[in-house]
Design a protein around this ligand. Sequence first.
Ligand code: GLU
Length: 452
Amino acid sequence: MPHPIVRFAPSPTGAIHIGNARTALLNFLYSKKHHGEFILRFDDTDVERSKEEYAEAIEVDLAWLGVVPDRVLRQSQRFAFYDEAAQRLRRAGRLYPCYESAEELDRKRKRQQARGLPPVYDRAALTLSAEDRASLEAEGKRPHWRFRLDPKIIRWDDLVRGESHIDSASLSDPVLIRADGSYLYTLPSVVDDLDQKVTLIIRGEDHVTNTAVQIQLFEALGGAGAAPHFAHHNLLSSASGEGLSKRSGALSIGGLRDQGVEALAVAAAAVLIGSSTALHPVASLDELIKSLDLAQISRTQTRFDPAELAALSARTLHGLDFEAVRERLAAHDIAGHKAQPFWLAVRGNLTTFLDVIQWWRVVDGEIEPSVEDGDGEFLADAAASLPEEPWDETVWAAWTSALKATTGRKGKALFHPLRLALTGRENGPELALLLPLIGRIRALDRLSVRGA
Ligand code: GLU
């Protein structure tokens, strides 16, 4: 599909989670892969629940993930278009007023269920005469408006699920406008998708039924063939198997960011989990695009395991080039000629990015050297035999082989006290790489700390 126009259409009613990020990224990466356009549309017709601060936070979360929209729309600014579309549907006899209360509808459904029938709206309102309606309105009843579905099998070729169909007889005529005049999501979405010439809708499989209804709406408003293509991806659940919701805050993108999870790991997990491509770290979204294949998305719900994401995040860090992190390091005052060799030395030991702070202190700041009982004399010998600068990565081997010869120590007995004194830690990056960054003055200072 050349130059597709796609969109991600969250309702700004809470923080987006990894499942929403999946929808956003599948759309965004698809648009990039095929040189198309990506629209961010806020479905904020529900003015009670939609909040500007949620919309802003969603843009921040998307930007963090690298998802940058070509256009941003807000449905709350477009009511005139929806009113006009509703008017056209009324004139065409496709939108009809209904007066049943929620309780009446509930009673009807229960009666149908008791008789083993599907709970499909019986279209009783279609039989109301003009006088019936006038008298209901005289009683103060306000109508809600339903879209009259055409009786037919609605078909589409889903880019994830393949040939799909729903018999409209199994569906109730959907309510498009509530009695208070507010719009449900169904109509505005179609009006905007038509207006913005959206060519492909990638969204969660919880929307499959909406798709059947909306295909008929696309055709009612835009003519035969006006419906775009559809792709319904599987949904993610939490590790314990519950669905994710914006309101619960579970696995929110902001929460993952605060825990120090790498954005590229979140993106890779969001796209690859629940597909036939194994989860793997990527160095950029461009690399992730190569693994994007809608047809490979599985059709079953997938559990999302935060532990797997944490591991992927660490592996992502281990592979990042200096250029990819230069600015992030500078934000922590890690800059200058040492910054690049420092990054290359420590990246393989990071669990989260913020671990760089402690390692930078090792090479450029103050630490508490650690000396075990009985090592004091050895460290004094080590200090005395530290080669003169300039140093490079060979100095460690030269120094320790000389020490081995003079002290008779080898293996752990040789290396471990040096690591403890020079870094204050039991484990860490290769000392051959760290030592030249620590430098002779700092090294001497740390080795000269007297143990017991
Ligand atoms: N606002 C809808 C949602 O968040 C959009 C669904 C769609 O993509 O059409 O589920």
